[in-house]
Write a protein that binds this ligand. Structure first.
Ligand code: 4AD
Ligand code: MG
Length: 429
């Protein structure tokens, strides 16, 4: 019977066949240990010379990434990371792979990125994608179970929520169009129709940043809730992030093990999360010897990391100055120099994973902000309509999928968290 490796525990003692690839092999003149992978998992196949000499010769000649059908009996094995191995009695080669470029020796990042289409097969990259998948699934579960509807915003847009300098421009027949930087403005319209919504889609930033946190194309989850004030939104954010972390811990233990992720630090991620105002954060940074920061300036990665290091959970930095945040954010009534917003900063130096705010719901205030920001008022008439017809307070946020995957997987660079990352200077493969 044909089975997949992740079903092996149901077939102990039985004769089965798996379609698989050879990851690696080791052995001696008497026994060969084949490390097999089929996408669902990894298993060791054992071939003993004394039982079948021809089969042993076939096993010894196998090259890395050769595809094949391997048949044999499933045995439980405590020494195996996966609990089971196979006593092999037949190997049918489908395609003998020659000269696979990614060998077990160490390779540099540029080489690995050039071979990203193959690198995805490696154990660690496979584990990172499993964690990404768990986060995607848990996101849908969390929002559907909490009464949200998924609304898909367009990718080709006529407006720019997050500033005009980082837009990808394209032609839309005779008009100008931009690749979406954020689905937020459309999610706001949908929230006025459906109450609680979320979008989950690709977003694009023509950012000339070459850091370990920046992708040109990344996926964002953007919930938007009618009648939610800023504080209500923060509660959704901490519950959502706690849920993601706990689901990854519960369902991805093998992957976290392969990645050697310290899970004790993740266990502690339980709501509520601490909050610190931007103004207090500036004071804290000054006390810690950062002379390069003045009230009114945006934080860089070192500042965020310093603040995050004071907590063992993600921290909300709230109420940033107006001038460094987007046009649509509601003024803070307690300090009109600032807005009702928060960035959620992940622990351990992984940086900002969420940006969110309460949205301006007064027509005249929003119109003035659009004008002051130098945006084209005509392109925002539909957005202003949301304030013309039954405007209500509402709030929302955006979580960056890849940065969240990097944090939970413990990988240092977001390039490993996207199957085919688009980076400054990289569009291949
Ligand atoms: O803070 P940002 O720019 O917020 C927005 O786009 C809002 N419109 C979201 C909303 O309120 N609906 O982006 C949100 C998150 C960041 O916190 C970060 O996790 C991620 O998106 N992000 C990036 N991830 C990878 N590469 C980049 N270049 C990113 N830019 C933002
Ligand atoms: Mg942000």
């Amino acid at each position: 019977m044909k089975i997949s490796i992740n079903q092996a525990s149901n077939f102990e003692g039985q004769q089965v066949t798996i379609g698989c690839w050879l990851l690696q092999k080791r052995g001696s003149g008497k026994i060969q240990f084949l490390q097999l992978r089929d996408g669902t998992g990894f298993m060791q196949g054992v071939v003993v010379k004394a039982s079948d000499e021809a089969l042993f010769e076939t096993a010894k000649g196998l090259t890395q990434e050769t595809s094949m059908y391997v048949s044999g009996t499933i045995k439980s094995d405590d020494r195996s990371q996966f609990g089971y191995e196979m006593e092999v009695d037949d190997i049918e080669i489908i395609h003998a792979s020659e000269g696979y470029p990614i060998t077990p020796k160490a390779h540099g990042p540029e080489f690995l990125m050039d071979n990203r289409h193959l690198w995805l097969r490696s154990k660690k990259q496979h584990a990172v994608m499993n964690i990404r998948n768990q986060i995607i699934k848990s996101t849908h579960d969390f929002f559907f179970e909490n009464g949200y509807k998924k609304i898909d915003p367009p990718i080709l847009t006529s407006s720019s929520p997050e500033g005009t300098t980082e837009l990808f421009h394209t032609k839309y027949f005779d008009e100008d169009a931009y690749l979406s930087q954020s689905g937020q403005l459309y999610a706001e319209a949908a929230a006025m129709a459906h109450g609680k919504v979320f979008s989950f889609g690709p977003t694009f930033r023509a950012e000339k940043s070459k850091t370990r946190r920046h992708l040109i194309e990344f996926w964002m989850i953007e919930p938007e809730m009618a009648f939610y004030k800023h504080e209500d939104s923060l509660e959704v954010q901490e519950q959502y992030v706690e849920y993601l972390v706990q689901q990854v811990l519960a369902n991805c233990s093998l992957d976290l093990g392969i990645l050697e992720r310290d899970t004790a630090v993740l266990e502690k991620i339980r709501a509520p999360f601490p909050r610190i105002t931007y103004t207090d954060a500036v004071e804290l940074l000054k006390e810690k010897g950062f002379d390069d920061i003045e009230w009114g300036e945006d934080f860089g990665a070192p500042h965020e990391t310093e603040i995050a290091n004071h907590f063992d959970k993600p921290v909300f930095i709230t109420n940033y100055p107006k001038a460094i945040k987007s046009f649509y954010m509601e003024e803070n009534p307690e300090d009109p120099r600032t807005v009702l917003c928060a960035d959620m900063i992940a622990p351990e130096g992984y940086g900002e994973i969420i940006g969110g705010s309460e949205r301006i719901h007064d027509y005249a205030t929003l119109e003035q902000k659009i004008i002051d920001s130098g945006l084209n008022l005509d392109a925002y008439q539909w957005y202003l309509d949301l304030r013309r017809y039954g405007s209500v307070p509402h709030s929302g946020f955006g979580l960056g999928l890849e940065r969240t995957v990097a944090w939970l997987s413990g990988v240092q660079h977001v390039r490993e968290t996207s199957p085919f990352p688009r980076l400054l200077n990289r569009l291949y493969p």
